[in-house]
Design a protein around this ligand. Sequence first.
Ligand code: SF4
Length: 131
Amino acid sequence: MSTKSNENELPEGFKDIRCIICPTGCLVHVENVNGELIIEGHSCKRGEVYAREEFVAPKRILTTTMRVEKGFLPLIPVRSDKPIPKDKLGETLKLIAKTQIKAPIKMGEKLIENVLGLEINIIASRDLIEI
Ligand code: SF4
């Protein structure tokens, strides 16, 4: 399958991206040719969408730990509830590193809301009881 589209503010060059949407793992070639995005190698629309986003504005679910006050453990595993733009991961990690949360904590509890104004929350990945 091959797709062409014109978009503003495209990164230069090309990327070969392994699609992770399903176990088939197609290798998708995405290239900016004179401002036109050429996408080749995907077998379905979902792979095209994934590869385009990975090329234009890659995002990741962030997983890390946060310091806990009065907790059964000193750290709690946390994650973003939506994928975060890759260029905001460092800033988000710094914010999490500066934050300390008080136990008890429930799995899924929002520990930092609307991080960096991105409408993404940092949530607890497990329960943590107080000591
Ligand atoms: S392009 Fe489609 S078929 Fe290929 S790995 Fe991605 S989701 Fe699966």
